[in-house]
Design a protein around this ligand. Structure first.
Ligand code: ANZ
Ligand code: ZN
Length: 821
């Protein structure tokens, strides 16, 4: 009797079995062959779609494969449950985030389970529960005590839709990372973490991250943005003060014909007469510039606008008086907020100087064709020869950089400095759904940390959680008004909550001690299990989460709380799933739910298609027809094992081993090698799967001719094992069908024999227009394509074909090729 493929029966049965045998349970005391496989934990915003599935399915395939390779695999999962996505979802559903978060978690957990994605749920974490955020607060306090958390007044990014400030990293092309609304600037007092103290280490240690994608490292490097240059002091005419500017091109100093300040520069009103007739104009200009987006102001194309302050500074090398301007293209956030302008060699300065008729002087000449200010159409920014810069004339500008820097340092005019684009991490949020910042303000004692023994600072439940531009916690008297931990006088609590990226910057440590209520994590266990062996997640976190986690790990390392200073050994970033040309997402209305597909085809089909869709690091277009194809393959596989092996072959007689068996064995070894290498190297599941599909096709061909053979049995067994990380349910079922007793995931991953891979060769005769012209040794059963490749490129054959594509290319397998030209 041939049974048909009934995934509805098979899938729940085996999931129950894996639970029973605790397949995904990791014994943390056994760390010898440890393999920490981590997938980025999700925001519980709503149900998952097949795009999300890619992350978990890839991770699950890797975890199962590593188990079969004999490693002790830890694969935990949890919930990045605080923050805007969860809170926005709650508002939409008009329920408290507590309720919606727990409800969404239940849905997502069910979906993960239905995908057949296994986790060690004993180690689950939820960042919105007090037993977790207590330790997020604790980590904040450690940073505070180290001077790495501080409060300051600053111009910050404000999202008018989310009604909260955002970190620089959360502003993508001038818009909110969450809701795409254009951000505006606001002046507020906020909490920052001093990630800038770690800028150099975050750069240097990237050399340790050998198994990270190059593009992620490049993004982090650019974000940190290190520049070497000189900070130069310019005396101000009629003042004792000096103006400092940062330049990477000290070689151009003799060409600095004016100076520009950012409109936000704190000294602006020292230079501009506050009560003079022009004060109003300046004030208007400053306000207007500040309303411009910083990203636009930093862009090369911006229309340069400025105003002359009426004052002058002295170029310390030429001793000339040069005018002092303010301009929109200078930003306060970078360097000193003041720039020495060299219009001949900097394009922005060039445009500005031409617009306002400021003087220009060539100081780096083009060695190929001398420059002339009057004829210049743009700044000359290449390297060249020093000119108009006595005593450095004639040197190459590269040499001059060193010489002038030395000179300035010896005369105390300037100092070599390094600047970073990276800014401190703004972590306060004027939102409800986050960990309260554990700080108290007392009139007597100032800013006081909450004592560790008083943690957690619980999030009050009796407040209106909807954002209205001010911290919702402000309205809770009970929360706000407390006693100062130091003097016991009246004091108030900080009412901002922490950015969720603080929660997620350490969760990989908490999995190892998820139930410990004495400490955030266990140093010994952490040192044994970390760094994470394989981290898998979306490239959209290249800067945000991945940079913050590296920073927090380094801080914990410096505090001697852990013994490693990079959290993630290997990183894999999967591409996005696209539907109808756009990233699959609820807001775009193009989501495909796994629930319907699993109902129709089963989880294995969805998994197979998700992994087969293309190279996993690349974006891929979801296509429902492809799902159908995956389903057909699984049915075929099922039939092969149950029908042919089970019924037909059982009745047949063992046939004699022949060339066909040999070829099947060769192919089996080649397939084992292919899948193993793909799993170890680039996670190219798609090519791994297609090679097993070819093997299955070959088994079909052989069994069509033979009744019974040992090679077929071996090949079937190999095919089942090789597919099991991808389609675990059906493979577990077939594994038992072929007589195995234990779970397939307790079986050993097959090895291959290099000797077997060598294909047999045959000699074929090649004719051109019916005349024998040559002979070739080629692998047995070479395809027409392979033969064309070898034969048509051969000089001896080209002579006869005159290198033109043949009219006909007739193949008699393993014997002869006839080319007609
Ligand atoms: C003079 C000069 C001459 C410059 C020249 C460049 C070319 P990176 O490489 O990004 O670090 N700069 C400094 N502070 C700035 C600010 N707050 N806003 C806008 N521009 C600022 O860029 C450093 C260069 O950017 C500095 O070198 C300065 O212009 C400008 F032929 O100084 B330069
Ligand atoms: Zn006090």
């Amino acid at each position: 009797m041939v049974k048909s493929y009934s995934f509805k029966e098979i899938e729940p049965k085996w999931r129950k079995h894996w639970d029973k045998i605790k397949l995904f349970h990791a014994d943390l005391s056994k760390y010898k062959n440890k393999y920490y496989c981590l997938m980025m934990f999700p925001y519980p915003s709503s149900s998952l779609h097949v795009g999300h599935g890619r992350n978990y399915i890839i991770g699950d395939a890797v975890a199962r494969y590593k188990m079969m390779k004999g490693l002790n695999v830890l694969t935990p999962m949890g919930w990045d449950a605080f923050g805007l996505p969860a809170e926005n979802a709650a508002m939409k559903d008009n329920v408290h985030p507590h309720v919606s978060t727990e409800r969404n978690i239940a849905t997502m957990k069910r979906q993960m389970s239905q995908w057949g994605v296994g986790y060690d749920w004993d180690k689950e974490v939820n960042s919105s529960r007090p037993e977790y955020y207590r330790w997020t607060q604790w980590i904040f306090l450690q940073l505070f005590k180290k001077g790495l958390a501080y409060k300051k007044h600053a111009a910050v990014n404000w999202c008018p839709s989310c009604l909260t400030v955002l970190a620089n990293e959360q502003v993508i092309n001038g818009s909110c990372e969450r809701c795409d609304t254009k951000v505006v600037e606001r002046d507020l007092e906020q909490w920052f973490l001093k990630i800038t103290d770690y800028a150099q280490r975050l750069l240097d240690d990237m050399s340790l991250l050998k198994d990270w994608p190059e593009r992620v490292k490049i993004m982090q490097r650019n974000w940190i943005g290190r520049s070497e240059g000189v900070q130069i002091d310019f005396p101000i005419v009629g003042s004792k003060k000096k103006l400092s500017c940062f330049t990477t091109r000290v070689d151009t100093i003799y060409g600095a014909t004016y100076m520009v300040l950012a409109p936000e520069h704190p000294d602006v009103w020292e230079f501009v007469d506050k009560h003079g007739p022009d004060a109003g104009k300046f004030d208007k200009f400053i306000q207007e510039t500040r309303a411009q987006k910083k990203t636009e102001r930093a862009a090369a194309e911006i229309e340069k606008e400025g105003k002359f302050t009426g004052r002058y500074v002295i170029n310390p090398m030429t001793n000339e008086k040069i005018p002092l301007w303010i301009a929109n293209y200078v930003l306060m956030e970078y360097g000193t907020g003041a720039v020495m302008a060299v219009p001949t060699h900097d394009q922005r300065d060039f445009e500005f100087a031409r617009k306002y008729g400021l003087s220009m002087k060539v100081v780096i000449d083009n060695p190929k064709s001398p420059l002339n200010v009057a004829d210049m159409k743009e700044a000359y920014i290449e390297d060249g020869v020093m000119k108009n810069s006595p005593p450095f004339d004639g040197l190459s500008n590269k040499e001059a950089i060193e010489k002038i820097s030395d000179y300035m340092e010896s005369k105390k005019i300037g100092k070599r400095t390094v600047n970073y684009k990276l800014r401190d991490w703004l972590i306060s949020r004027q939102r409800y759904w986050g960990a309260p910042i554990p700080i108290v303000y007392c009139d007597n004692c100032g800013i006081q940390p909450v004592p560790e023994k008083d943690l957690p600072v619980l999030l009050p439940e009796d407040v209106e959680f909807k954002p209205h531009g001010e911290s919702p916690l402000k309205v809770s008297n009970e929360f706000v008004n407390i006693k100062c931990p130091k003097c016991k006088g009246g004091a108030t609590r900080e009412t901002d909550t922490m950015d969720t990226f603080v929660d997620s910057s350490w969760y990989y440590l908490r999995y190892l001690s998820s139930k410990d209520n004495k400490k955030p994590f266990d140093k010994e266990v952490a040192n044994k299990w970390l760094p994470v062996d394989q981290y898998i997640g979306g490239v959209e976190h290249a800067i945000l989460h991945l940079l913050y986690s590296r920073f927090i790990t380094k801080v914990l390392y410096d505090l001697k709380l852990i013994g490693f200073d990079e959290p993630f050994g290997k990183l894999f970033t999967q591409g996005m799933i696209i539907k109808d040309g756009a990233k699959m997402s609820k807001s775009k209305g193009n989501v495909v739910s796994p629930d319907d597909l699993i109902e129709r085809y089963g989880a294995d089909t969805v998994r197979l298609y998700t992994l087969f869709i293309g190279p996993p690091e690349k974006d891929a277009e979801w296509n429902d027809r492809g799902v159908e194809g995956a389903y057909r393959f699984l049915k075929r596989l099922y039939r092969l094992v149950c029908d042919i092996l089970g019924d037909k072959q059982a009745q047949g007689k063992e046939s004699r081993e022949d060339a066909e068996d040999l070829e099947l064995r060769r192919m089996m070894h080649a397939t084992i090698k292919k899948v193993t290498v793909d799993m170890e190297k680039d996670f190219h599941f798609n090519t791994a799967i297609s090679s097993v599909m070819e093997l299955v096709n070959r088994i079909y061909l052989v069994t069509a001719k033979k009744k019974k053979s040992e090679s077929v049995k071996e090949a079937v067994k190999a095919a089942i094992i090789l597919l099991s990380p991808f389609v675990p349910h059906i493979c577990e079922e077939l594994w038992h069908n072929i007589g195995q007793k234990n779970s397939i995931f307790r079986a050993e991953w097959p090895s291959y024999n290099e000797e077997m891979l060598k294909a047999e060769t045959v000699t074929i005769v090649v004719q051109v227009n019916g005349k024998v012209r040559s002979r070739f040794d080629v692998p047995a059963n070479a395809t027409e394509e392979e033969l064309r490749d070898v034969i048509l490129k051969d000089p001896g054959i080209k002579k006869w074909t005159q290198d033109k594509p043949p009219r006909k290319f007739i193949v008699v397998p393993n014997k002869l090729v006839n080319i007609v030209v």
